[in-house]
Design a protein around this ligand. Structure first.
Ligand SMILES: [Zn+2]
Length: 320
């Protein structure tokens, strides 16, 4: 077991090594987090700060979610989720290989790139395969839109006997985007406040295929499955605003329930109004796909996940 240093211990250590006061380090950590829209944990921000101060944490293991662009010589343990075919490329007339794998832990996953033939050989000889845990040392975090872990000739990768439960297998969430900068048909993540919630709409779907079931002559009909006993579904439509612009955010079914509660509760308009009052002004991270609503000729996000922005962080932002 790796005993994770508590935040206080970490700060204390950085302060000592940097010859600065604990208060000063804490202030800089908070500034770093604010600059990164609080998308990083305090521990993660402290480690970035340490790296900037030239303090190395070779013994400190990072969680994947805490890796940040620009971090160098990091140490990570992850479970191999996927291995892509090894590619060859020619550089200065010499043919070289590059390998890409995805590793994951309980906080996230990351594309990991091997540039060294000795590391690539471990994939070729089957030592590194899907499902094993690997311990990586001295890798750099690079990338343009998405973070990647890069292993050069100075890096190390070994099999680890650790087991990691509940690894995050979904694609890493995209970085937060301003609503004014959203393009259509892209997966986006925005940090926005709810400014309007419309009365939810209810509809019926076929339990087999989830397609719309139409009500005809006292029966529900699915185009494919005929006469069915439908499942009731709910759609909630909100307007969210992040200061740059606003956009409609649509939630279906489980997501709608996560936003306003169970279908049955929302059949009562009074209950819905209570929910609505609670929601207005609340800030969330919304992830989903941006699309054009042809019917209303407006842009909207079909939400596939949302997470309330930690109120603690909002207070800190206001205090700035
Ligand atoms: Zn059907």
């Amino acid at each position: 077991m790796v005993i994770k240093a508590t935040y206080e211990q970490l700060i204390d250590r950085i302060a000592k090594l940097a010859g600065l006061s604990v208060d000063e380090i804490e202030r800089r950590v908070e500034a770093k987090r604010a600059k990164l829209s609080n998308l990083i944990s305090k521990e993660g921000a402290a480690q970035v700060l340490a790296a900037e101060l030239g303090i190395s944490f070779d013994k400190q293991k990072y969680k994947i979610n805490d890796l940040l662009l620009g971090m160098r010589k990091v140490q990570v343990i992850g479970k191999v989720l996927n291995i892509f075919p090894i590619r060859t490329y020619t550089r200065k007339g010499t043919e070289s290989k590059v390998a890409n794998i995805i590793i994951a832990d309980e906080t996230g996953n990351i594309r990991t790139v091997f540039w060294d033939t000795n590391h690539i050989a471990k994939i070729e000889n089957g030592e590194i395969k899907v499902g094993v845990c690997v311990e990586i040392k001295k890798a750099d975090v690079r990338g343009m839109d998405n973070k990647e872990l890069h292993l050069g000739s100075m890096s190390e990768i070994e099999l680890s006997d650790k087991t990691i439960e509940n690894v995050i297998t979904s694609r890493p969430s995209p970085d937060v985007k301003k609503i004014s900068e959203i393009s259509l048909n892209e997966n986006v993540r925005v940090k926005a406040a709810v400014v309007q919630v419309f009365q939810p709409r209810f509809f019926n779907v076929c339990p087999e295929c989830n397609m719309k079931a139409t009500f005809e002559e006292g029966k529900y009909l699915c185009a494919k499955h005929g006469n069915v006993i439908p499942k009731e579904r709910m759609l909630v439509n909100m307007v969210v605003d992040d200061g740059s612009d606003n956009i409609h955010a649509i939630g279906f079914n489980e997501i709608a329930e996560k936003i306003i509660g169970k279908i049955e509760e929302n059949k009562d308009p009074q209950n819905f109004l209570i929910k609505k009052k609670e929601l207005l002004g609340k800030e969330f991270f919304f992830s989903g796909r941006a699309r054009k609503n042809m019917l209303f000729s407006r842009n909207e996000i079909v939400v596939n996940d949302l997470e309330e922005v930690n109120p603690e962080n909002i207070i800190k932002e206001f205090e700035k």
